[in-house]
Design a protein around this ligand. Structure first.
Ligand code: V4E
Length: 222
């Protein structure tokens, strides 16, 4: 399991130029399709749990518990407020356990021999998991001098662009240092805003699931 600390930013025509000027190295461009799953009642996302399939692999993002030591000064809490932080789980049995804590699995696996894909199908149908969002992203990734920092410029197929500065940590890694690296990178990129920038899923839900989007906002999940 790892922890992703991330700050999203509005990217514009100058972002590429600025990245070059600050010595960012392009790692390449890739395209992927994300499918997000939840129950029809949105049991997972209402708990801020985001289950998706990307390039055939399952991933679950869920909240981390905040570390009090991170909020010792005003500047530090400002940096933390601009960033999101989620546990990223990629191991399917562990994902299934986490999902089971939220959704009551109606029956256990049978002993009959089934292929992994049949088991996945069966797990999804037992838990009533349906795809509620699907979109393709073209991502250009950059690395910077700042150790472990990656900048992604994303373009989603529904006409939405966003930049992300992110640091991936092992569980229990130094979140404070990650926040500082992200702050320094944001400074180099000349980012001045003090409000969180919406991500692809925000924009997708706003456009396609307005009622659920409003509920997530009212429950302070988005
Ligand atoms: C909406 C959401 C999540 C699902 C999307 O996660 P995100 O990191 O935006 O997607 P992506 O494609 O950049 O994933 P990556 O390739 O970096 O793994 S996970 C958590 N949320 C909620 C959320 C929030 N409340 N606030 C912000 C700023 N971001 C996400």
């Amino acid at each position: 399991m790892s922890v992703e600390v991330e700050r999203k930013f509005v990217c514009n025509a100058d972002t590429l130029k600025t990245l070059k000027e600050i010595g960012a190295v392009c790692l390449g461009q890739r395209q992927f399709c994300d499918q997000y799953f939840d129950t029809p009642k949105f049991d997972l996302t209402l708990k801020d749990m985001w289950l998706r399939k990307r390039k055939g692999c399952w991933e679950l993002k869920c909240p981390t518990t905040a570390d009090k030591a991170e909020e010792t000064s005003g500047e530090q809490s400002k940096a933390a407020a601009m960033c999101s932080r989620y546990k990223e789980i990629t191991n399917l049995p562990e994902i299934q356990l986490r999902v089971k804590e939220v959704i009551k699995d109606v029956c256990e696996d049978s002993d009959t021999e089934t292929s992994p894909s049949q088991e996945e199908e069966s797990w999804m149908s037992r838990n009533n998991l349906v795809c509620f969002a699907e979109f393709t992203t073209v991502r250009r990734s950059f690395t910077l001098e700042e150790e472990g920092v990656q900048v992604d410029l994303d373009e989603a197929d529904f006409g939405f662009h966003v930049g992300e500065i992110e640091v991936l940590l092992p569980e229990g890694g130094d979140v404070q240092s990650a926040l500082e690296k992200i702050e320094r990178t944001a400074g180099k990129l000349g980012l001045t805003g003090d409000k969180r920038v919406e991500g692809k899923m925000h924009a997708y839900l706003r456009r396609n699931h307005a009622e659920h989007f409003a509920r997530l906002l009212s429950e302070h999940i988005l």
